[in-house]
Write a protein that binds this ligand. Sequence first.
Ligand code: PAP
Length: 309
Amino acid sequence: MEEMLKTLPQHTCSWSKGKITFYKYQNYWTSQQLVVGEHLAQQTFKAEPTGIFLCSSPKTGTTWVKSLAFAIVTRQKFDVSTTPLLTKNVHECVPILERELDIIEENHKNSSLPLVATHLPYPSLPESVIASNCKIVYVYRNIKDVIVSHYHFLRKALNLTCEDAPFEEAFEEFCQGISGYGPYWDHIIGYWKASLERPDRILFLKYEDLKKDPTSNAKKLAEFMGYPFSAEEEKAGVIEKITTLCSFENMSNLEVNKTGSIRVGGLENKHYFRKAEDGDWRTYFTNEMKEKIDKLIDEKLNGTGLILK
Ligand code: PAP
């Protein structure tokens, strides 16, 4: 593994004061630790046909979709007053493919939870995920808010102030495709192409749509995963109870998410909750930046019908 790592292209982000080095593995940039986890998953992971994969590029709505999916899938076992989401950060509830193979295998063995989360690009998913015909949920988000969210998440995780870490430099690197599992547009296009071939197996959700209408999107998610809400549940307001439980306002104010930290990776839970605003990019982008990224994304997504602006 060490020999393989040495052969990969590397990039140390100037804006991070040398604290972040990305490795380019199978056309995407990520950390050394995650390359190792990804490689292991590709070599050893055996997907079950009942598995449901929650896939995303970082900072696009992963925490939110994981919370909704977990609350939906486990609602016979827990209600909104007993759910583990109240006492554990959701990243401890839904295991991550490139980090927690042992927990995923245990969950499958006990049939306790079909959910698996991953940031891996579609072409890098273990072959068994595609071969087993698992269901895949893919969430994506307007690129400008992703750039801002990605910058602040890494900056805070590294204890850098905004003065220490120039946003303009982070922006330029993102535009060059250098970001967690970047290029961001290629990540989306990979899943989008796959969804054309397997429309019944891949559900696309957009962060901004979820914000506009959480109820219909939660309903769509539940149906797609094979856990539809019954007419009685709808009448009893179960969908709204779940969307309220998983809302940013509720989740970000839970004690565990204000003070706890994640078992794997040790990151503080509060870093997963920042502003959750649609359009926060306006605070950070100059006109030139806006024009540059809009032009870039128009070129990259031309013909897909996907809107990331
Ligand atoms: P991850 O890929 O590292 O898990 P992810 O959850 O995808 O991160 O993205 C974090 C973003 O989602 C943050 O956005 P912001 O930086 O623009 O504020 C975070 O605030 C937002 N977020 C987290 N939980 C929720 C939620 N329940 N509802 C809406 N947005 C959320």
